[in-house]
Design a protein around this ligand. Sequence first.
Ligand code: SAM
Length: 275
Amino acid sequence: MNRQQIMEITARYNLAPNKKLGQNFLVGDNVVSRILELCRPFAGRVLEIGPGLGAVSRGLADMGTAYTAVEIDSGFVRYLSDLFAGNGKVRIVHADFLKVDLADEFDLAVSNLPYYCASEILFRLAADFSMPVIFGMVQREMAQRITACDGSENYGAMTVNLGYYFNTSECFVVPGDAFYPRPEVKSSFIKLERKQRYFTDVKSESLFHEVVKSAFWGRRKTILKSLADSPHMDLGRGMAGAILEQCGIDSSARGETLNLSAYIKLTEALIKNEK
Ligand code: SAM
C-alpha cells in the first residue's frame, strides 16, 4: 500500500488518521514482505491487533487457516469488512483489544502496535493467551528494553517481566519513512517466543511482577533499599533483608545485575515466608 492508496481509501470512507490511537500505517512493500516472510512458518490461526487499513492483513489472511483482526476504529472496521466481504475464514472484531473477551485459540499474533498502549497489549497477550509466537512492531527504545541482556543499560522491569513469558529477539529496525504519517521515532520489529511459565497460579505471578517492579523502581539504589522502600509492595527492611539472605543475594547489589532466575527465587522465598 502506498500513500496515494491510503489517501484514496481514507477519502472514500471519510476517515482521518487519529494520532491518539497510534494510527501510523505501513507504506511500501519492503517492510510488509519482510513481516509476512517472518510470519509464514508460524501461520495457522492468526490474530492481528490493529489491522488499520490492512497493510499486512491480506497477506496474513491468505497464509493462515483462519484470520481474526481486532480493530478499535469503527471506520477501519467498515473498510476491512468490505475488503474481506465473503471470505469465510476472516473475522473482523470491532473492539478495544485491552477489553475484548476473545477465546485463546491462536497459533500466531501479529501487530504493528499502537504505541500509546503497546506494553499493555503485549502483557495481555503474555498473560491471557498462549499462542507460541508473537511478532510486533514497537518503538526502537521499547524493543531495546524488551530484548536487553542482564546488566546492560536497557535492562529493566520490562525485560524481566516479559522475559518471564518469552524468549525475545529484535528482527529488524524500521525507519520512520516506512510509515504514513511518519512517526518521530524509529521502530523495530520484534519476535516473542513463548516459554513455559514458571508459576502455575495467578497470585504467585502477580507477586513476581511486583517484586520485579519494586527492584527497578529505585534504579541505582541497592536491591535492599529498592525492595524495602518500594511503593509497589509493603515488605519493609526486615523482610527484604531476610529474603535476600535466603536467596544468597548480596543486599548491596543493584536490581539491574540480577537475572530472571534471581527474581523467581526471590518470589519463591517471599511466598515461603508468607506461609
Ligand atoms: N496494521 C496497520 C498498519 O500496519 O498499517 C495499522 C497499524 S497502526 C500503528 C495501529 C492500529 O491499531 C490502528 O489501526 C489503530 O486504530 C489500532 N488500535 C489502536 N488502539 C487499539 C486497541 N486498543 N485495540 C485494537 N486496535 C487498536
